[in-house]
Design a binder for this molecule. Structure first.
Ligand code: FAD
Length: 470
């Protein structure tokens, strides 16, 4: 397993949120690639996904060449964004689900993903319960019971002392024996007649290059760098880099009203009641036709940006940050392209991102803002600057589609339903780039499900190699 960035946590791939603040800060800085800006966590309030342009642990993907998606960001470290993530792992619903796996196949794969990621809902506290009850009341009779607001599924292990071990890539890999090579970039796959024979790699600190051979190759280098590596390897199907999507993000922050304190039956400050800074997480699932957004409500003791509490009164229940994920429909012209004549900071073909929201999508954004306002009215008051706001494109950190799955033999897709690159026998892809549908749901559970679904095909490919050798 090669990773161009450093190992920043131990065990490899562990979530930085499990670290003490100073160590977390350092791990974030070390993940920020050559741009390496200090993330300065000690001076900043808590960051919740989507509140700033490039949150700690990430850096802008292609400064000056990403006008359409100004907030598009990368993490470069063992575990990738999976050591910096918030751990929300809801399932996709309705037309978010890919049509290329049967319903049963996708459900089995999602079950497996939930199992390896240790998906759970966090223990409830009185404030979280009161918030959930108010929101459920708001959607009563609008949403079917199975789509009503509920505890958000998270990749997390609640500990007996009330703290939480947040999931990372180590949660999935467990004790698996892996030959992990950090700080080592794959520069090019060596392809011959629909088969990958090996890869050119470089250990970045020493500049030492070598060629490794492999029977099966899996590229899971994220939605922007997976197509980059394929491009650099001369693997350039027409759909490569196209159909770039994310879920558009509308974001707001609400100071909870006194009625939440009353309903909770306690006025103990939330920071004393709950040990983790993210006190409760509530999700409202995507439901086609009825609620075409996925709402994430994060209850927290501190607002994600400064509030002057001398002039703006905030009660014991404190704050919720609420975001609506809105659909971005795949279009071939929303894409990342690569230029062989210019190299990025890693010495790979320079990427440029072209991406635009359509009028129909912007109309949906306005509806999503109204939806948030209606929920917020029931909970409290927007903090100054906390009104529903369309965040810059790329803020979601959930980029999808550039190596999309399909059943068309490669006409408008890059991989088949087993995540195998069309026209190759031993090249498989992983990560969010495979997701071909317009989704509002956080993508990582789905990507892990696709990996689980691909596993039998990968094992069959290995078996075929071993059989041929015997
Ligand atoms: C702050 C934050 C919060 C998030 N919250 C959530 C959430 O709550 N729920 C959710 O579903 N998702 C969330 N995400 C997104 C989630 O982390 C990603 O979906 C997931 O990590 C994607 O995995 P990936 O393997 O596709 O890409 P990545 O995690 O980006 O990993 C790819 C790795 O490949 C490496 N690489 C690239 N090119 C090469 C090369 N040529 N050679 C060697 N290595 C290479 C990169 O350095 C990188 O480390 C969040 C992300 C962030 C940053």
């Amino acid at each position: 397993m090669l990773e161009l960035g450093p190992q920043v946590t131990s065990p490899a791939g562990a979530n930085v949120r499990n670290l003490p603040i100073a160590e977390r800060d350092r791990a974030r800085e070390r993940s920020q690639g050559p741009q390496g800006q200090p993330s300065g966590d000690e001076e900043r309030p808590i960051h919740i996904e989507g509140t700033i342009m490039s949150p700690g642990g990430t850096y802008l993907a292609a400064p000056g060449r990403q006008d359409g998606m100004p907030a598009a960001a990368l993490s470069s470290c063992v575990g990738g964004m999976g050591v910096h993530w918030t751990c929300a792992t809801p399932r996709p619903n309705d037309d978010e689900r890919v049509p290329y796996l049967s319903e049963a196949e996708l459900d089995t794969a999602l079950d497996r993903a939930e199992s390896v990621m240790k998906v759970t809902t966090l223990p409830e506290n009185p404030y979280g319960r009161a918030i959930k009850d108010v929101v459920r009341d708001h959607f009563e009779g609008v949403l079917p019971e199975e789509r009503m607001p509920s505890g958000l599924p998270m990749s997390a292990i609640p500990r007996a002392d009330g703290t939480i071990e947040w999931g990372g890539t180590n949660t999935i890999l467990g004790d698996a024996e892996i030959n992990l090579q950090p700080d080592t970039i794959c520069r090019r796959l060596i392809a011959k007649a629909g088969h990958i024979t090996g890869a050119e790699i470089e250990h970045l600190p020493t500049g030492r290059t070598s060629i490794i051979t492999a029977d099966v190759v899996i590229v899971a280098a994220n939605t922007l760098q997976t197509p980059q590596l394929l491009w650099a390897s001369g693997i350039r199907p027409d759909a490569l880099g196209r159909h770039l999507t994310e879920h558009v993000l509308v974001y707001s922050v609400v100071a909870l009203g006194e009625h939440i304190v009353e309903a909770a039956g306690t006025d103990v400050p939330v920071a004393e009641l709950v040990k983790d800074p993210t006190a409760s997480t509530i999700g409202i699932p995507y439901t086609a036709g009825l609620h075409p957004y996925r709402t994430q409500i994060m209850h927290m003791a501190n607002a994600p940006f400064p509030v002057d509490e001398d002039t703006f009164r905030v009660g014991a229940a404190r704050y919720v940050a609420m975001g609506n994920g809105v659909r971005k429909f795949p279009r071939a012209e929303d894409r990342v392209t690569f230029d062989d004549s210019q190299l990025d900071e890693w010495g790979m073909p320079q990427m440029t991102i072209a991406y635009e929201l359509t009028d129909a999508e912007l109309a949906e954004v306005e509806e999503a803002k109204t939806d948030l306002r209606h929920v917020a009215e029931k909970l409290g008051t927007f903090i100054p600057g906390g009104e529903p706001t369309l965040m810059p494109n790329g803020t979601s950190l959930h980029y999808k589609g550039t190596v999309r799955m399909g059943d068309d033999g490669g006409a408008e897709s890059v991989v088949d339903s087993s995540s195998r690159v069309w026209g190759f026998d031993n090249l498989f892809l992983g990560g969010n780039g495979i997701i071909p549908t317009a989704t509002t749901t956080n993508p990582t559970l789905t990507s892990v499900a696709f990996a689980a679904h691909a596993t039998p095909a990968i094992l069959r490919q290995l078996d075929a190699v071993f059989a041929a050798q015997v």
